[in-house]
Design a protein around this ligand. Structure first.
Ligand SMILES: [Zn+2]
Length: 122
């Protein structure tokens, strides 16, 4: 059975390949001979796991016993962009940078404005 779940390949903080699903991050635990890949949650207390085969999520097991670990993928991308602009363009006030980027990502920025404005330079 295929589970149609959106995921993104990204990197762990140590630079290892990691799979992001929603607000959780998985690292590769094992590549099996039959071509499936088993990934486990990067939170060590958590036993949630995912099985992939041919770039599809085949199976998800376990329940995450922790808070959200990372920002949802699209939000994370925007945080990255905001941080880059905020740290390279020091003369422009943050709310102005925010408003500029917000035009591209309206709904996300609306939801996360507080987060953005309080997470940088500070
Ligand atoms: Zn977990």
């Amino acid at each position: 059975m295929d589970v149609d779940i959106e995921y993104h390949w990204t990197q762990s903080q140590r630079g290892a390949p990691a799979l992001q699903i929603g607000t959780n991050l998985y690292r590769i635990q094992k590549k099996n001979k039959n071509g499936t890949i088993r990934l486990t949650c990067t939170d060590e207390r958590c036993n949630a796991s995912v099985t992939m085969y041919e770039d599809k999520i085949k199976c998800m097991r376990g329940i995450h016993r922790h808070q959200e670990r990372i920002l949802p993928y699209h939000i994370g991308e925007m945080v990255h962009e905001f941080r880059q602009v905020a740290t390279t363009d020091l003369r422009t006030p943050l709310p102005q940078i925010y408003d500029h980027l917000a035009k591209e990502f309206v709904c996300f920025f609306f939801l996360f404005k507080y987060f953005f404005l309080n997470s940088f330079r500070g």
